[in-house]
Design a binder for this molecule. Structure first.
Ligand SMILES: [Zn+2]
Length: 48
């Protein structure tokens, strides 16, 4: 199951927001988490 790297919750792949980061798919629960990730991708990339 994909995990949101910002808030750490497990996501349903079909419902998650998908973002492509350096060729890697990143899943988010909401646009708020995506925005936080995009501000500081280095802080969260180890959680991808
Ligand atoms: Zn989240």
């Amino acid at each position: 199951m994909p995990v949101d790297p910002v808030c750490g919750i497990e996501l349903d792949e079909e419902l998650a927001l998908i973002h492509d980061h350096d060729g890697k798919k990143v899943y988010f629960c909401c646009s708020g988490c995506r925005r936080i990730f995009l501000k500081k991708p280095r802080k969260y990339k180890n959680n991808i």
